[in-house]
Design a protein around this ligand. Structure first.
Ligand code: HEM
Length: 466
C-alpha cells in the first residue's frame, strides 16, 4: 500500500535485477534513471532500494534527511572482515560511530596529521621513480606499480616502520579486494545466508580475516612507543593505541584493529584507481599532459629531488586531480546507506530499512550541470568554487553529510604527490608507438572502479636542461 517512487516493471523474486544485467551498475542505473527519474525505486532481490541520480535529490537525502539515512546496510563480507562492523565505514549510526568519527576527524585525518606524513609519501614516490628509471624505455605495468606504491604509503602511514609483514599484508588486502569487488548475488538475498557458504565465499573471507588479524595482532604487540625509537612521526596505529591507553576513547583492541583496516579498505583502492585514471586521461589528452608537466618543471627548475611543500601551490596539478575525480569516481555509488527513520521524499513513502544508493558518477557527468561532461577539461574547475563537495551537490567524489569521507585530504595527497613525481621525472608514451586515442578506458566494477585492462606505459626519464 506504500506509495514508492517510480520504478520499472519487475519480476518475482529478483525484482528489478534483470534491468541491470549486461551493464556496469552505475551505467545501468543512470540509464534507468533517465526513464524513471532521478528519484527511483528498485527492488533488488530482497532489498528495497532508492536510487538518487541528480544533485537536487542528493542534497535532500544527504542534508535535509541526513540523519534518516545515516545507517549502513549490514553485509556479510564486512561483518566478517570488519570485526562485526565495528569500523568507521560500516558501523551503525549511534554513539559508538560518533566516537570513532570524532577520533578520525580530530586525531587521525586532521590536515596537520596528514601533512606530518609527507616524508613517507616523498620516500615511497622516490622509490617508484627509481624503479621506473630501472625499466626506462620498456613498457611497465603502471597499474601494478601504482597500487603497490599507494599500499606501501598507506601501510607506513598506518604502522610506521613496525610491520615486518608489510608485503604479505598488502597481498592479503589485494586478495580481499579481489574477492569482495563487484556484484554479489548473495548480498541482495541477506536472509539466505546459506548462499555464501555454498559458494565458499564465507570460508574464504574467514580465512582472509584470520590472516589479517594475525598480522595486526603481531604489529600491535610489537608496537608501543616504536616511533620514538625510530624518530618517526606517530603512526595512525600509535595514535589509536595511545588514545586507548589514556582511556580518552573507549576502544577495545578489536576496535583498534577494525579502524586500522579502514585505512586500507578506504584508502588503498580509491587512491590507486584515481591515480591510474589520471595517468590514462593525461595520455589521452596530450595538451593537458604537456601543460601539467610544464607547470611542474617550471616551478621546480630542474631540482634533483623535490618535496611535497614545493608542489603545494601548483594549481594545474590540483585541477587535473579534481577533474579525474569528477569523471572517474572510484566509488561511483558512494557507500550504501540505509533508512533508519521512515520519511517522505517528494511525497513518496520511504520506509525504515530501505537502502539508499546515490549515483555520484551520474551526477558528476550530468550535462545539465557540466558542459561536455565526458571530456577531460581540468580548466573547468579554474573559476569554479566547487571543492570536494559541490556547492549544489553536482560534485560528490567523497560523498556528503554526516557519513562523508573523513579522509579527503589524505586521499588527495596520496594521488597528487605520486602523480607529480611521474609527471616531473618522466616523459610518457604508450608501447609500440600507440597514440593516446588508442588507449581503452574500459572500467571494471570492483571494490572501486578501476581500469579493466592494466595500464602499460613507457616512461622515459626527462632530460632537464642545465
Ligand atoms: C581518492 C580517495 C578517496 C575517495 C574518492 C573516497 C571516497 C569516499 C566516499 C564516496 C565515501 C562514502 C561517503 C558517503 O557515504 O557519503 C567514503 C567514506 C569513507 N572513507 Fe573515503 N575516500 C578516499 C580515501 C579515503 C582514505 C585515504 C581513507 C582512510 C584513511 C578513507 C576512509 C573513509 C571512511 C572511514 C569512510 C566512512 C565514513 C563514515 O561512514 O562515517 N577514505 N570515502
Amino acid at each position: 500500500k506504500q506509495n514508492l517512487p517510480p520504478e520499472p516493471w519487475r519480476l518475482p523474486i529478483i525484482g528489478h535485477m534483470h534491468h541491470l544485467i549486461g551493464s556496469l551498475p552505475h551505467h545501468g542505473l543512470r540509464d534507468l534513471a533517465r526513464k524513471y527519474g532521478p528519484l527511483m525505486h528498485l527492488q533488488l532481490g530482497e532489498l528495497s532500494t532508492i536510487i538518487i541520480s541528480d544533485p537536487r535529490w542528493a542534497k535532500e537525502v544527504l542534508t535535509t534527511h541526513d540523519i534518516a539515512f545515516a545507517d549502513r546496510p549490514v553485509v556479510l563480507t564486512t561483518e566478517i572482515v570488519a570485526y562485526q562492523n565495528t569500523d568507521v565505514v560500516w558501523s551503525p549510526y549511534g554513539d559508538y560511530w560518533r566516537q570513532l568519527r570524532k577520533l578520525m576527524t580530530l586525531e587521525l585525518m586532521s590536515v596537520k596529521k596528514v601533512k606530518s606524513f609527507h616524508y613517507i609519501r616523498e620516500d615511497e614516490c622516490y622509490n617508484l621513480v627509481k624503479t621506473l628509471r630501472q625499466s626506462a624505455g620498456s613498457p611497465v605495468n603502471l597499474s601494478q606499480m601504482i597500487f603497490d606504491t599507494i599500499a606501501r604509503i598507506v601501510c607506513r602511514t598506518s604502522f610506521g616502520k613496525g610491520c615486518k609483514d608489510q608485503e604479505e599484508f598488502i597481498d592479503i588486502v589485494k586478495e580481499l579486494f579481489h574477492l569482495t569487488g563487484g556484484f554479489d548475488v548473495a548480498d541482495v538475498f541477506p536472509s539466505k545466508k546459506i548462499i555464501h557458504t555454498l559458494t565458499g565465499k564465507r570460508q574464504k573471507l574467514e580465512s582472509i580475516h584470520k590472516r589479517l588479524d594475525k598480522i595486526l595482532s603481531d604489529v600491535i604487540t610489537q608496537h608501543p612507543g616504536q616511533h620514538k625509537e625510530s624518530n618517526e612521526v606517530e603512526s595512525l596505529l600509535d595514535v589509536l593505541l595511545r588514545l586507548q591507553a589514556s582511556g580518552e576513547f573507549m576502544l577495545t583492541t578489536k576496535n583498534v584493529k577494525a579502524v586500522t583496516l579502514d585505512m586500507f579498505g578506504g584508502g588503498t583502492d580509491t587512491s590507486s584507481a584515481t591515480l591510474e585514471w589520471a595517468v590514462s586521461e593525461l595520455i589521452r589528452n596530450p595538451r593537458v599532459l604537456k601543460k601539467a608537466q610544464t607547470e611542474l618543471r617550471e616551478a621546480l627548475k630542474g631540482k634533483e629531488r623535490f618535496e611535497e611543500a614545493d608542489i603545494q601551490d601548483l594549481d594545474y596539478l590540483k585541477l587535473v586531480v579534481r577533474e579525474t575525480l569528477r569523471m572517474h569516481l572510484p566509488l561511483p555509488l558512494l557507500f550504501p546507506r540505509e533508512c533508519r527513520e521512515a520519511c517522505k521524499l517528494g511525497g513518496y513513502d520511504i520506509p525504515v530499512g530501505t537502502k539508499l544508493m546515490v549515483n555520484g558518477w551520474a551526477i558528476n557527468r550530468d550535462p545539465q550541470y557540466w558542459a561536455n561532461p565526458d571530456s577531460f577539461v581540468p580548466e573547468r574547475f579554474r573559476d569554479n568554487p566547487t571543492n570536494v563537495l559541490g556547492s549544489e551537490f553536482e560534485y560528490l567524489p567523497f560523498g556528503a553529510g554526516r557519513r562523508m569521507c573523513p579522509a579527503a585530504v589524505l586521499g588527495i595527497a596520496n594521488v597528487e604527490v605520486p602523480l607529480a613525481h611521474m609527471l616531473y621525472y618522466f616523459d610518457w608514451e604508450l608501447p609500440n608507438g600507440a597514440k593516446g586515442d588508442d588507449l581503452d578506458m574500459v572500467e571494471l566494477f570492483g571494490a572501486s572502479v578501476q581500469r579493466k585492462n592494466e595500464l602499460y606505459v613507457v616512461m622515459k626519464p626527462h632530460k632537464f636542461a642545465n
